[in-house]
Design a protein around this ligand. Structure first.
Ligand code: 2P0
Length: 327
């Protein structure tokens, strides 16, 4: 049995659009922070059976969810050189340390953990960069979850996607932790995969978004390198709102914000207007994620809990890279 684990990540500069959906190749780069509190632990066992099996948080997966895992495992098997191993199917048992129902970024940690497990089980011998490219086939954001801390994803230029992989950004002194605002009544949103493809095809703002991401990546890396947290906050928030503006401008528009999202955004802006080093971002769902230095995140999280619609606040420090154990 192979046991692996990986943490989800939240993007400071977002990925929103694929240049090649079949290989999950992103149109642009992106930049994220891996988060320790959002972890998937996976056990993978090779079996003799006719098909892959998956249990997620104790629930047997079927239909589209199982197909997505199985087609990912097919990518791994296709490059496995041992014929006996290649015939073996996989029994995958995954558990998330956070509520999957809350719609947090579970595909990032899930496919990163599955990529390192499949690499070991099918003896692919991929290095970390190649593992990141493999994880990308499962989910674009999973490519970043192979690494810990601040991570930069490259869009790459090769048609086969081999250079569409992530790498850790070394030497950053600025430490950030996260407070995630989870609401009580959050409905299932349009999936990222569907939302970004619909946006790319129909939003009149999409070309402008793609151009802006390249500028935001350069500016965000500069702000991180110089620990300029207030400058970073402006870039991160503007990038997040630009992604959502792009999605809202799709036809029909995709709206991920709830009333609670807007309330929490306002709270973060109020806090920063009086000098608090804090910034917000929002992914393809209603949760606001506030980033702030570790020493500040506790009271900021408490301030963001002061709304009757809040179910819980998840606090997280930065997380490490995906890990693997065989036994
Ligand atoms: C990000 N998101 O950069 C952006 C911001 C959501 C909003 O990457 O289709 O689940 O599997 O590649 O990775 C979520 O998209 O999409 C995502 P697929 P994924 O974090």
């Amino acid at each position: 049995v192979i046991s692996s684990s990986a943490c989800a990540n939240i993007a400071l500069v977002k990925y929103w659009g694929k240049r090649e959906p079949s290989l999950n190749l992103p149109e642009t780069g992106s930049l994220s922070l891996t988060l320790d509190a959002l972890r998937t632990t996976t056990e993978l066992e090779l079996i003799d059976g006719p098909a892959d099996e998956m249990l997620l948080d104790g629930v047997r997966q079927t239909g589209r969810a199982l197909e997505r895992v199985s087609s990912f495992l097919e990518v791994a098997r296709a490059e496995c050189t041992d014929p006996a191993l290649r015939r073996a199917r996989a029994r995958v048992v995954s558990n998330n340390s956070f509520p999957s129902a809350a719609g947090l970024a579970s595909s990032a940690s899930g496919f990163a953990a599955l990529a390192v497990a499949a690499n070991a089980a099918y003896r692919l011998g991929r290095d970390r960069t190649a593992l990141s490219a493999l994880a990308r086939r499962g989910s674009g954001s999973a490519a970043r979850s192979i690494f810990g801390g601040y991570v930069r994803m490259n869009s790459g230029a090769q048609p086969d996607g081999s250079d569409a992989a992530a790498h850790p950004i070394e030497g950053i002194k600025l430490e950030l932790s996260a407070a995630i605002v989870v609401g009580k009544a959050e409905e299932k949103a349009v999936s990222s995969t569907d939302g970004m493809e619909h946006t790319r095809k129909t939003s009149p703002f999409h070309e402008a978004w793609v151009r802006q991401v390249e500028r935001d990546l350069v500016a965000a890396e500069e702000a991180l390198a110089s620990s300029a947290i207030m400058r970073l906050s402006e870039i991160v928030e503007a990038n997040c709102l630009a992604m959502h503006a792009d999605a809202m401008a799709a036809r029909p528009g995709v709206i991920y914000f709830s009333p609670l999202t807007l309330w929490a955004i306002e709270r973060v802006r109020e806090l920063r207007s009086v000098g608090t080093p804090v910034m917000f971002t929002v992914d393809a769902g209603p949760h606001v994620v506030a980033f702030a230095p570790p020493a500040e995140i506790g009271w900021i999280g408490a301030a963001l809990a002061a709304h009757p619609g809040v179910d819980r606040i998840i606090l997280s420090h930065a997380g490490g890279p995906a890990t693997i154990e065989e036994f």
